[in-house]
Design a protein around this ligand. Structure first.
Ligand code: ME8
Length: 660
C-alpha cells in the first residue's frame, strides 16, 4: 500500500513580483515534499498562480496589457524563482488553465443544482475606486474606511453560497480534529470567531458590468465568479489534470480519489479565514472530504518594519539567494523563526547565522575532516577498526547513537511542521561531531602514529557527515549533495531512501574523497574595513598610520585589562597558500568553536612544530583579513631580527585561562 502525501502552497496573485513571503511558504512546502519523497511516499506538491479578479485586472490595466497577457508575463517570475530556489513542485497551476475553469464551473453548477447557491438582492455601501462593498457599521461619515473617498448606496443582484448552513458542522469538525487548523493559537482564533458570531452567506459572484476578468457563472452569463471561490478550487482541480498518475491505475478519473484530500494546505496568517471557513464549507456542501491540515504561518518584517513597496524595503528572494546562496536562504528562513510565528529579517542576523552555524559549525567540520583524510590517509576513507558495538570507543558510540536517533526526532518535528526544531536537532549532531574532533585530537593521534585510532576517528566523523547531509537534504539539497560528493559517495540523495541510507556504517571504506570549495565562505561583516592585505596595490603603498607611542607613556591597569589575553592551544596549523610568512592556526581558547588565527610566523616555524603548543592569544581583537582569510585574534611573539619566538608557558595551562 502506497502512502500518498499531497501538499499545497497558496496560489500567488500575479499582481506583483514574488517576495520573501511567497518564498517562505514555498520553501517550507518543498522541505516537506522532499522529506516525504525520502521516506518513499508518493508525493504531489502543488503551487501556482491566482490570475483572475480585480487586483490582477487593475495591475494589467496600469501596464496597458490585457489581464491574460499580464498574467503570462508575471507568472514566469514565480516559475523562475522556484527554479532558482530548487523548489521541486510537481505541478504549477494557473487559474486561467482551461481545465481548471471547467472544474470551477462544474462545481458551481453542482452547488446551484443542489440548492446551495441562491440569487439575492444585495444592498450595501460601495466604494467605486476600491471596487468593494462596506457594511453600514464599517463606513465612516459616508466615506470608505480604506481610502476615505465617498461611498454610494448600491443595490444589485448577486449569487450567494449558503455558507451559514455549515457553521455548526464546521465548529464540530475543528473541535473533533485538533490538527485541522494549526498552530493552536490560530485554531483558537478561528473557533472563537465561529462561536461568537453568526456566519453570513458568501457572495460568490460579481456582475460583469463591474468586473469582467473572471470565470463566468455557468448558470448566469451576466456574472463572473468571485476570485476566492475560483482560487480555492485549484487544490481540487489540480488533482484531476496536473497530479501524477494514481499508483496502480493510469485512469485520470482515479487521480482525484487517490490524491484528495490534501495532507497540508500551507498558508499565511492573513488568508486563514478564507481557507478554514470558505474552503471548508465549500467542501462540506460538495460532499467532499476536508484536508488533513491547514497551517497558517507568520509574517516577515524587515529590520523590525513592515515590508512595503512604498518604503522600498521588500526583500527580494532572488537578491539574497544570488548574494549568499540558495541553501543558506532556505536554511535561514526555516531556522530563524518557529513556523507559525512572525519573524524579522535583517542582514545582521542572517550573517551571524551564516557565519556561525553554516560556515563554522558545518563548513569547517567538513573541511577539517577532509583535510585530515587527505593528509593522513592519502585521501581515502580509512577503515573504522571496529567490529562490534561492544569494542567501540564510548565517545564513538555516543556520536553514533545520536546520529541514529535523529531520524525519529525529524519525523516528530516535521510531523508538526516544527522546521526550526528539526534543524536544531540536526545541529546537536553537528556540534557533537565538532566536540568529538576536539576530544579525540586527531592531530595528536597522527603525531603519535596511532593510525588505527586515527582511522577510526576520521571514519566516525566522515560517517557522521554522511548522515548530517542526509538529514539536512530536505532543507539544503545542494549542500547535502556536495557533502556526499566530497566524501566520495557516488549516489544522488534525491534518488535515495531514508530507511536504506540511515543505518550507521554505509560509508564505503577506501572511497576517494573529492574535496571541493568551501561550503560556506564566511560573509565579511566589515567588507569595507578589510586589512591592507586585501586592498588594491595603490592603497597599500600609502604609509601606515603611526601607532600610538608605546613603551614610553605609562598606562593604567584599566587600560591593560581592556586587552583580553588568553591561553590558547594550537590544534591545527597549515601554511597559507602563496605566502611565505603566513600560517593559519586553529586555536582552542576554551570556547566550543576554536579560533582561527592567521599569524606571520611561517619563516620561523613549520606548521608541524606549532601543533600542540600553548600560546598567548589576544582574544578581543577585532577580526581582520589576511590574504583573504579571517583572523580572529593575534598571538604574542617576540622578534629577534628575522627569527620570531612565540610566547609559551613553562607549565601545563588550561586553554581559555586568562593571562594577566
Ligand atoms: O493571498 N511574510 O495571494 P498573495 C510572510 N492569491 N508571508 C507573507 C508576507 C510577509 N511579509 N506578505 C504576504 C493570495 N505573505 C491569494 C491566495 S490561495 C487559494 C489564494 C503571504 O500573492 C500571504 O500570507 O497576495 C499569503 O499566504 C501569500 O503571501 C500569498 O499572497
Amino acid at each position: 500500500m502506497h502512502k500518498k502525501f499531497y501538499i499545497t502552497t497558496p496560489i500567488y496573485y500575479v499582481n506583483d513580483v514574488p517576495h520573501i513571503g511567497h518564498a517562505y511558504t514555498t520553501i517550507a512546502a518543498d522541505v516537506l515534499a522532499r522529506y516525504h519523497r525520502l521516506l518513499g511516499h508518493d508525493v504531489f506538491f502543488l503551487t501556482g498562480t491566482d490570475e483572475h479578479g480585480q487586483k490582477v485586472e487593475k495591475a494589467a490595466l496600469e501596464r496597458g496589457l490585457t489581464p491574460k497577457a499580464h498574467a503570462d508575463l508575471l507568472t514566469v517570475n514565480f516559475q523562475k524563482l522556484w527554479k532558482k530556489l530548487e523548489i521541486t513542485n510537481d505541478a504549477f497551476i494557473r487559474t486561467t488553465d482551461r481545465e481548471h475553469i471547467s472544474v470551477v464551473q462544474e462545481l458551481l453548477q453542482k452547488l446551484y443544482d443542489k440548492g446551495e447557491i441562491e440569487r439575492r438582492t444585495y444592498e450595501g455601501w460601495y466604494c467605486t475606486p476600491d471596487e468593494r462593498f462596506w457594511t453600514e457599521k464599517e463606513i465612516v461619515d459616508n466615506k470608505c474606511p480604506d481610502c476615505g473617498r465617498p461611498v454610494e448606496r448600491i443595490t444589485e443582484d448577486n449569487y450567494f453560497f449558503l455558507m451559514s448552513r455549515y457553521q455548526d458542522r464546521l465548529i464540530r469538525h475543528i473541535e473533533d480534529h485538533p490538527g485541522y487548523i494549526r498552530p493552536e493559537s490560530r485554531r483558537n482564533e478561528v473557533l472563537g470567531f465561529l462561536k461568537s458570531q453568526k456566519l453570513g452567506d458568501l457572495c460568490i459572484s460579481r456582475p460583469k458590468a463591474r468586473l469582467s476578468w473572471g470565470i463566468e457563472l455557468p448558470f448566469d452569463r451576466d456574472f463572473v465568479t468571485y476570485v476566492w471561490f475560483d482560487a480555492l478550487v485549484n487544490y481540487l482541480s489540480a488533482t484531476r489534470y496536473l497530479s501524477p498518475a494514481a499508483k496502480g491505475s493510469s485512469e485520470p478519473s482515479k487521480r482525484e480519489a487517490f490524491w484528495w484530500p490534501a495532507d497540508h494546505h500551507l498558508v499565511g496568517k492573513d488568508i486563514l479565514t478564507t481557507h478554514s471557513v470558505y474552503w471548508s464549507t465549500m467542501l462540506m456542501a460538495l460532499g467532499l472530504p476536508l484536508p488533513g491540515n491547514i497551517f497558517a504561518h507568520g509574517w516577515w518584517t524587515r529590520d523590525g518594519k513592515k515590508m512595503s513597496k512604498s518604503i522600498g524595503n521588500v526583500i527580494d528572494p532572488n537578491e539574497v539567494a544570488d548574494a549568499h546562496g540558495v541553501d543558506s536562504f532556505r536554511y535561514f528562513v526555516l531556522r530563524e523563526v518557529p513556523f507559525g510565528l512572525d519573524g524579522d529579517f535583517s542582514i545582521e542576523t542572517f550573517t551571524t547565522r551564516f557565519n556561525t552555524e553554516l560556515a563554522n559549525d558545518l563548513g569547517n567540520l567538513l573541511s577539517r575532516v577532509l583535510t585530515m583524510i587527505g593528509k593522513y590517509f592519502d585521501g581515502r576513507i580509512p577503515p573504522p577498526h571496529l567490529v562490534t558495538d561492544e569494542n567501540a570507543h564510548p565517545i564513538d558510540l555516543k556520536l553514533r547513537m545520536k546520529a541514529s536517533a535523529i531520524p525519529s526526532a525529524i519525523a516528530e518535528e516535521l510531523g508538526s511542521l516544527s522546521f526550526s526544531k528539526y534543524l536544531q536537532e540536526v545541529w546537536t549532531l553537528v556540534s557533537l561531531a565538532n566536540r568529538y574532533v576536539e576530544e579525540n585530537a586527531p592531530w595528536t593521534l597522527a603525531k603519535n602514529k596511532d593510525l588505527d585510532r586515527l582511522g577510526a576517528v576520521l571514519y566516525t566523523l566522515s560517517e557522521s557527515l554522511r548522515l548530517i547531509a542526509l538529514y539536512l537534504y530536505p532543507v539544503m539539497p545542494s549542500t547535502s549533495q556536495k557533502i556526499w560528493d566530497a566524501l566520495g559517495i557516488d549516489k544522488k540523495i534525491a534518488a535515495c531512501r531514508m530507511d536504506t541510507e540511515q543505518p550507521w556504517g554505509k560509508l564505503a571504506i577506501g572511497a576517494v574523497i573529492q574535496p571541493g570549495a568551501q561550503l560556506f565562505p564566511r560573509i565579511d561583516k566589515q567588507k569595507n574595513r578589510e586589512t591592507k592585505m586585501d586592498m588594491p596595490a595603490e592603497e597599500k603603498k600609502q604609509p601606515a598610520p603611526q601607532p600610538a607611542m608605546t613603551g614610553h607613556e605609562p598606562i593604567g591597569i584599566e587600560d591593560f585589562m581592556k586587552v583580553d589575553l588568553r591561553v590558547g592551544k594550537i590544534i591545527s596549523a597549515e601554511r597559507v597558500e602563496k605566502s611565505e610568512k603566513l600560517v593559519k592556526l586553529k586555536v582552542d581558547i576554551g570556547t566550543e568553536i576554536p579560533r582561527q588565527v592567521v599569524a606571520g610566523i611561517g619563516k620561523s616555524y613549520t606548521p608541524e612544530e606549532l601543533i600542540g603548543k600553548s600560546i598567548v592569544i589576544v582574544a578581543n581583537l577585532k577580526p581582520a583579513k589576511l590574504m583573504g582569510i579571517e583572523s580572529q585574534g593575534m598571538l604574542l611573539a617576540a622578534s629577534n631580527g628575522d627569527l620570531l619566538a612565540v610566547a609559551t608557558f613553562d607549565r601545563e595551562t588550561k586553554p581559555g585561562s586568562r593571562v594577566k
